[in-house]
Design a protein around this ligand. Structure first.
Ligand code: GAL
Length: 956
């Protein structure tokens, strides 16, 4: 094709693509809704649904998933849930559970809560027969095995790396399909709370057989004053059965408004089946908008694949135009300008929901950090969920993306490869961390060899970002001597200046600093109640206060910055205490994201806006006349403090410091006034309040989308009669929610609270054990058999049946056990048909007569007139199901008894004045109202409208 006709074709194609942007041949459906969940068991196979007990199981024959992996397994009685889901957070706390994982009752000592099974049915239309269909899991904790329609797809060990399975061949087209997932949270990967189950999204993608490969695109940018060069490489893959010629081109647009800024030429590509071919382009973007932490502008690279003018694929890759550089003398540079990294370390964990953090909460958490003035986030100590990086891209937060286990084996490298291929286009990511505090190897030759190997491996995948690791075992040899960017974990662990001097070419940053202890709203140490005062104190020998840490890094232009341990509290590591402390004390914010006072210190010196904050609160009944340290955080030049309008002095604020006054306590009002250049800037007050009088509820936003994912993050507090928030209120609140939404978690940031975080129905099941049978000519003998309990004439059920010579009728006898007969437990029989026609008797009483066979079975409520505690008898009179072939399988299981204890009302105590309620919308629009009540307080209500979802992206 001539250059001219190529160009015309390409312009035509481009126009048709733009005009038909909605009808993309690529589809990505969210699979988060309507899953079934049940616990299995690590070693008792009867409690693991007899999975893997068949003569031929899933490893023996294709499609032979048995037990709960089987397509037609009866999961009707399982709990219905939506993803993301963390079953660990649903459990109670237990002193015998893991310290590092926040004492939630899962793991080795709790085998009944350690294996989780998930099943979901989904429909695939006939029209999809020619497509490639994949199931994509963003992360499952952990050791998951997945089956679709009984076909085993694979095992994924890590709880932090995403994985996907192509299921095109094993699907039922024009019919329903079943995915089954078994997850095993029995082994811990980290030394912090890790949750359990499918705690990240699951997606179903549909593409044409020839398409841009998943994670096969890499965009690099180079900037100059007026323009940017964008270098792209993309793999195209042919998953059809024949060699195919296709055409491809790419263009760049602004992500937000879709305006195109550059278009490539068209190229012809011939691809053999199962082959990947790369296309490369270089674009010039004039007047580019750079991505930065203050203006996080995003572009989108669109890859178009066509065949004879027909569009096969349209693939989008978000990226930012930006340049990063670490310098050994001058620290970190973004787009050519120095930028101090003001970072925090964080685990993925939040009050109420654990690791199952909905997207909206990811964004909210990043916003809280940004409001503190933070511009950097270290994903300690594993790759994050993709939405966290999206939030960082969109909100302007730099990221250190960290690998979990530091290994050079194929598997170890594969984990790093997956992290880099998935995350390398995020402009927020500035460094790959290959490990953290690997004590066994940090200072030796093994560590050095492993670090060098992984560093080179990382470079082979992405040469634009330097490699780092968190080092704590002295900064001298081994890993520290070879890292591209040295990561210092704590000033107390070695001489940072000496190391920087010894390695003058090696840039460095404080990958961990702080590890200070504070309980939000507490200002007196109390060892018995596990309270750590929220003054910024040196926590223990070898560690420093936040202020000391920041001063150290602020003073050293050669160091790129520091990452505080941690931004938010997390479950586990309740140092310096143990049970009943269940969360850490390290956070600048508590587990709910409520700020501790350190947030205001950091905001003073990290953020730009004027800050003035006084601590502690001024409710110290009983301490009249005692001296109390009053601290003021501010970035003003001077601050004056008054108590009941009497000046306690005006003081000059030291750079990166704070001010303090010793004040004799009398009730009243502390007031601080800040001055810049002698001019009054802000006033802040803290007053002695009255008793809690009324509950107040406030939400982080006023409108939500009815998409089953959006959230209301609600703060509950109590105010006194004058409307002032009571900082020591600890009332227990009960919550009632009406409208199309659900409460999904509650918390209050109290590290020692053992209150429930979720109030959910409890479901227990007991299988019906059919033991005996007798053949019958007709129903005449049934009545006398029902009343007799002799074993004479009965034979083992189903065992000796001659299928060539079946009796007209059989009576089957079995039993089930009811453990206790509490009033509120609702019991039901989930019956599965064992005959063509059947009548069911429980304890001799007729439950149902002459039921015709159905593959869906029947459900009956059993009330206390029908069943009793202990052993109950069930008799089923049925006409048998014949076998056409000797190898046919007929159902011999009569189902199970489900006992459901309905959830009690949601409640939570205020802790130092605050608690949090997280509400998730349903997929229907309407008014949502939360009402909170407490004894002796006026109730609080909050009403928000959930609006129709305009962009439905879930599989219906
Ligand atoms: C560090 C470690 C973190 C956390 C912290 C607590 O040594 O890297 O994961 O355990 O200590 O102080």
């Amino acid at each position: 094709m001539s250059h001219r006709s190529n160009l015309i074709l390409h312009v035509l194609l481009f126009c048709s693509v733009l005009s038909a942007a909605q009808s993309s041949s690529r589809q990505k459906w969210l699979m988060d809704f309507d899953w079934k969940f049940s616990f299995g068991h690590p070693y008792d196979h009867t409690k693991d649904f007899n999975t893997t007990t068949s003569y031929f199981s899933y490893l023996a024959k294709a499609g032979y998933g048995d037990g709960a992996a089987k397509a037609n397994f009866d999961d009707r009685a399982w709990r219905r849930i939506n993803l993301p889901h963390d079953w660990a957070v649903e459990q109670d706390f237990d002193a015998n559970a893991s310290f590092s994982h926040g004492f939630k009752a899962i793991g080795r000592n709790f085998p009944g809560q350690t294996i989780g099974w998930y099943r979901k049915s989904f429909f695939i239309p006939h029209a999809d027969t020619a497509k490639r269909i994949k199931l994509v899991f963003d992360g499952v904790f952990r050791h998951s095995k997945v089956w679709v329609n009984g076909h085993y797809l694979g095992t994924a060990e890590s709880g932090y790396t995403g994985f996907s399975y192509d299921i095109s061949e094993v699907l039922n087209y024009g019919d329903s399909n079943i995915v089954a997932v078994r997850t095993d949270a029995g082994i811990e990967e980290g030394w912090y709370y890790e949750g359990a189950g499918i705690y990240r999204h699951v997606w179903l993608t549909k593409t044409s057989p020839i398409h841009a490969a998943d994670q096969g695109t890499f965009v690099r940018t180079k900037i100059s004053d007026k323009q940017a060069q964008v270098f792209t490489e993309s793999s195209l893959i042919n998953e059809s059965l024949t060699t195919q010629p296709v055409e491809a081109f790419q263009f760049i647009r602004h992500k937000k408004n879709g305006d195109t800024v550059a278009v490539s030429t068209l190229q012809q590509v011939l691809i053999r089946p199962f082959q990947e071919k790369k296309i490369y382009y270089q674009f010039t973007v004039k007047q580019p908008r750079f991505w930065s932490v203050d203006s996080p502008h995003l572009y989108q690279l669109v890859t178009i694949v066509t065949q004879n003018g027909k569009r096969l694929d349209e693939h989008e890759t978000n990226f930012g135009i930006r340049e990063i550089r670490f310098d050994a003398k001058q620290g970190f540079f973004l787009n050519g300008k120095p930028l101090k990294l003001k970072g925090t370390n964080n685990h993925q964990d939040h009050a109420g929901v654990g690791t199952a953090i909905p997207d909206e909460l990811q964004y909210w958490r990043i916003r809280q950090l940004k409001e503190m003035g933070s511009n950097a986030y270290r994903c300690s100590h594993h790759p994050p969920t993709p939405e966290l990086l999206n939030a960082c891209d969109e909100l302007g937060m730099l990221v250190i993306d960290e690998n979990r286990l530091m290994q050079t084996t194929t598997q170890g490298q594969e984990e790093i490869r997956k992290m880099i291929l998935r995350d390398r286009n995020h402009p927020s990511v500035i460094s790959w961390s290959i490990g953290n505090e690997e004590w066994a190897i940090e200072n030796n030759k093994t560590g050095e060899r492993i670090a060098l190997n992984l560093q080179a491996f990382v470079k082979s995948l992405d040469s634009t970002r330097p490699v780092t690791a968190g080092i704590s075992g002295g900064f001298r040899s081994g890993i520290s001597s070879v890292l591209e960017v040295m990561g210092y974990n704590y000033m107390g662990n070695g001489d940072i200046d000496a190391h920087a001097k010894a390695f003058p070419e090696q840039p460095g940053m404080g990958t961990e600093e702080g590890s200070t202890f504070a309980t939000r709203g507490v200002y007196l140490e109390d060892k018995i109640n596990h309270h750590q005062p929220a003054y910024d104190r040196k926590p223990r020998p070898g560690f420093y206060s936040i202020e000391e840490g920041w001063n150290f890094y602020a003073d050293r232009p050669n160091l790129a910055g520091m990452f505080i341990w941690t931004g938010f509290d997390y479950r586990g590591e309740p140092t310096p205490y143990g049970f009943p402390s269940v969360t850490s004390y390290f956070g600048m914010m508590d587990l709910c994201g409520f700020p501790k006072d350190n947030v205001y210190y950091l905001r003073s010196w990290w953020a730009k806006q004027p800050v003035l904050h006084i601590l502690p609160h001024w409710n110290w009944q009983g301490r009249e006349g005692e001296e109390i340290e009053v601290v003021v955080y501010s970035n003003a030049d001077e601050v004056e403090l008054t108590l009941n309008k009497k000046s306690l002095g005006r003081k000059k604020m030291p750079l990166n410091g704070h001010l303090s006054w010793m004040v004799r306590y009398i009730p009243g009002t502390l007031e601080a006034i800040s001055y810049v250049n002698g001019k009054k800037i802000l006033t802040a007050k803290t007053a002695t309040t009255g008793k809690p009088h009324q509950i107040q509820l406030s939400s982080h936003k006023n409108t939500v989308t009815a998409n089953g994912e959006d959230l209301l993050i609600i703060t509950a507090s109590a105010v006194d009669e004058k409307g002032r928030a009571v900082p020591i209120a600890d009332n227990e609140l009960s919550f009632e929610l009406t409208g199309p939404a659900k409460i999904i978690g509650v918390g209050n940031g109290n590290p020692t609270s053992l209150e429930k975080e979720q109030f959910i129905d409890k479901i227990e099941t007991a299988a019906i054990d059919l033991v005996f049978e007798r053949s019958l000519i007709d129903t005449n003998a049934v009545a006398s058999l029902l009343s007799s309990s002799t074993a004479e004439g009965w034979v083992p059920a189903f065992k000796q049946r001659d299928y060539n010579n079946l009796a007209p009728l059989y009576i089957h006898r079995g039993s089930f056990t009811i453990s206790s007969e509490k009033e509120k437990i609702q019991r039901s029989l989930y019956y599965k048909c064992i005959g063509k026609n059947q009548s069911i008797y429980v304890n001799g009483k007729l439950i149902a007569r002459d039921l015709p066979h159905t593959s869906n079975g029947y459900i009956f409520n059993l009330d206390s007139t029908m069943i009793h505690t202990g052993n109950n008898r069930i008799d089923i009179v049925a006409t048998p199901i014949p076998k056409k072939n000797p190898w046919d399988e007929v159902n011999t299981e009569a189902g199970l008894i489900r006992s459901l204890t309905p959830a009690s009302a949601w409640k939570r105590k205020l802790f130092n004045g605050l608690s949090q309620v997280i509400i998730r919308t349903d997929r229907s629009a309407g008014q949502i109202q939360l009402r909170a009540v407490a004894e002796g307080l006026q109730p609080g209500t909050l009403t928000v409208f959930s609006a129709e979802d305009q962009v439905k992206r879930y599989l219906q």
